[in-house]
Design a protein around this ligand. Structure first.
Ligand code: ATR
Length: 283
């Protein structure tokens, strides 16, 4: 069978873990694809899209700075890409370019896997940027009763709340606000880059964690480092914690299902993916 090409495009793209994850799954499943990485600068999205099929690509993932530009460039969008107005997966099939977004589904699957169901829950989400959009809107779709979106720039939280006004409550990022939201939350999710390797910004204070009810989980969608200061403090306070590795892996599995039009047994591929990621993150 002919081996088809897949890749991740972005700028920067050198540190993307997508090739590691996808190739581990491809090896494990025997699906006839290879997955690479291609540096495509901002403004060159349309050019890459035009060439991709002719160059033998069956599809590609997109990271910064292409996710938003692709919305206008593809022929059709799946429901999540339409809702988030961002595309992380493009499938090239039968001469058509289909834009999908698997970030929200990946996030939800990670939560469910950890035994956290958003249904009827109250959740505090820190941040209202691109990553928060997939997280917050998926939580709303999954039936969260109340989602406090706490953001430094309040207007961005307000814009997000317009999508599901009955469920999403826009809030500020002041210490007292964070404490007030935490007090009523069943779990809390950080979507800001604060605490991420290579990012200078850090939480000034983490006192709001003390307001969380006992047993409330704390999730950080950051996976490098594996335990941010937020998670370390939450763990020290006795809360269950979850980093973003599961979201990263599941969004990739869902993307690969779209590319290959097949069902992938996550439980079967997870050990190989985790081993490959451990190796890649060691160096
Ligand atoms: P991403 O696509 O990773 O979500 P983004 O769209 O730039 O990146 O969003 C970053 C989020 O982290 C935003 O919600 C941002 O707050 P603003 O909307 O006010 O910019 C938040 N963020 C980043 N640095 C922050 C800091 N030092 N304090 C508080 N919030 C911060």
């Amino acid at each position: 069978m002919e081996t088809k090409k897949l890749c991740v495009i972005g700028d920067p793209v050198e540190h993307s873990l997508s090739p590691v994850i996808h190739n581990a799954i491809l090896k494990e499943t025997g699906l006839p694809y290879v997955y690479g990485r291609v540096r495509v600068r901002g403004g060159e999205t349309a050019g890459f899209l035009r060439r991709a099929a002719a160059e033998g690509y069956a599809g590609f993932n997109a990271t910064m700075p292409h996710k938003i530009d692709l919305v206008e460039l593809v022929d059709e969008l799946d429901a999540d890409a339409q809702l988030y107005q961002a595309v992380n997966t493009v499938v090239l099939r039968d001469g058509k370019m289909r834009g999908c977004n698997t970030d929200g589904r990946g996030f939800l699957q990670m939560l469910l896997e950890a035994g956290i169901s958003p249904e009827d829950k109250t959740v505090t989400v820190l941040g209202a940027g691109g990553a928060a959009r997939a997280v917050v809107l998926k939580l709303a779709q999954a039936g969260a009763r109340r989602i406090f979106v706490c953001n430094r720039t309040r207007s961005k939280a307000e814009a997000l709340a317009k999508e599901f006004p009955m469920q999403i409550a826009p809030c500020g990022f002041e210490e007292q606000t964070l404490q007030d939201c935490a007090l009523f939350s069943d779990f809390l999710v950080n979507t800001t880059p604060m605490g991420m390797s290579g990012v200078m910004a850090r939480f000034e204070r983490l006192n709001f964690l003390e307001a969380l009810p006992k047993g409330a989980a704390v999730c950080d969608i950051i996976y490098s480092p594996p335990e941010t200061m937020l998670l370390a403090r939450a763990r020290a306070l006795g809360h269950p914690t979850l980093n973003g590795l599961g979201m990263l892996i599941y969004q990739a599995i869902f993307a690969l299902e779209e590319f290959t039009d097949s069902k992938i047994d996550a439980q079967k591929v997870l050990p190989a993916v985790k081993t490959a990621l451990d190796e890649a993150m060691k160096v």
